[in-house]
Design a protein around this ligand. Structure first.
Ligand SMILES: NC(=O)c1ccc[n+]([C@@H]2O[C@H](COP(=O)([O-])OP(=O)(O)OC[C@H]3O[C@@H](n4cnc5c(N)ncnc54)[C@H](O)[C@@H]3O)[C@@H](O)[C@H]2O)c1
Length: 285
């Protein structure tokens, strides 16, 4: 019961990582404000789990973020934990395909939402013992190749914002950390496609299949894997951590596939074959 008597706010709580984290907080004693643009989803969650308050929020609208935090703070004389998690894949493609509308939308959804979540939480969290904010970044912040470009840049911004905010809010006794999920089985991939429910189910099944082979740990990443890291960072066990980030990715960022998959061709395999052929008396060509 790490969160007994605590009040937590979780955005993106209708699905995936946010939903699992909201459930974990509640199961360990927290009163959880479960916020999402999908009100039906968080209402269903509140129906299942005691200690959950469903709230509608679109994190692209700063006034709605402020209203959510003022509600949680106003009803409880402040709150202890904020998990800035809601997001989606944003504008698709590389920078050659992303125009200013796609760029601005992605930055507002993925980065400004976190910045303003932190900003409007401060009056409700300052000087509360154990106050902790966790922001969802991504392995996409490590380097290119994991996501569309605008999303990757915004998630890298979330990491840097986490460090700056940790410094800014130290004077209020608020810790600020980030989590960087790898390839996790959630709706985020299907949700970014403009297709019907049947096709979304097919995409989710494909994702589940692919994800078990995507990294050194031989199983797909689950929302619970990330929820456990967020709960740790939010708990008093992490009271000496601020401005930090935890990569929880089954090892997807450790290196190219040949580093850990004996079946995959290695970087130097071709050279090795050339040398072996030469030693055997061939031309090596
Ligand atoms: N799944 C992954 O592989 C992965 C990897 C790295 C980072 N992440 C990040 O994890 C976080 C959670 O994503 P997930 O994988 O659980 O996806 P998900 O689609 O299962 O859940 C995201 C939730 O956010 C909500 N949401 C989307 N836009 C919103 C908005 N404007 N306002 C309010 N709510 C909104 C959705 O309704 C949904 O309930 C996101 O920040 C995502 O970028 C996911």
């Amino acid at each position: 019961m790490r969160f007994a008597g605590k009040v937590a706010v979780v955005t993106g709580a209708a699905s995936g990582i946010g939903k699992e984290t909201a459930k974990l907080f509640a199961s360990e004693g927290a009163k959880v404000y479960a916020a999402d643009m999908d009100l039906t989803g968080v209402e269903a969650l509140a129906g299942e789990v005691p200690g959950m308050v469903p709230v509608a929020v679109d994190v692209c609208d700063v006034a709605q973020i402020k209203a959510l935090l003022d509600k949680a703070g106003g009803e409880n004389g402040g709150f202890d934990i904020l998990f800035n998690n809601a997001a989606a894949g944003g504008a698709r493609g590389g920078i050659d395909e992303c125009d200013e509308a796609g760029w601005d939308w992605t930055m507002n959804l993925v980065l400004r939402s976190v910045a303003m979540g932190i900003h409007y939480a401060v009056p409700h969290m300052q000087h509360r013992k154990g106050a902790a904010i966790v922001n969802t970044s991504s392995v996409a912040a490590v380097g290119p190749g994991y996501s569309p470009t605008a999303y990757a840049v915004a998630k890298a911004g979330v990491l840097h914002l986490t460090k700056c905010a940790a410094m800014d809010l130290a004077k209020f006794g608020i810790r600020v950390n980030a989590v960087q999920p790898g390839f996790i089985n959630t709706n985020i991939f299907a949700a970014s496609l403009d297709v019907d429910q049947a096709d979304k189910a097919t995409v989710n099944a494909m994702i589940a299949q692919m994800s078990s082979h995507a990294q050194p740990v031989p199983r797909g990443g689950q929302p619970r894997d990330i929820a456990e890291a967020v709960a740790f960072l939010s708990s008093d066990a992490a009271s000496f951590m601020t401005g930090a980030s935890m990569i929880v990715d089954g090892g997807i960022t450790v290196g190219p596939r040949h580093c850990w998959d004996p079946e995959a061709p290695g970087l130097f395999d071709t050279i090795q074959k050339f040398l072996e052929a030469k030693e055997a008396g061939g031309s090596g060509q």
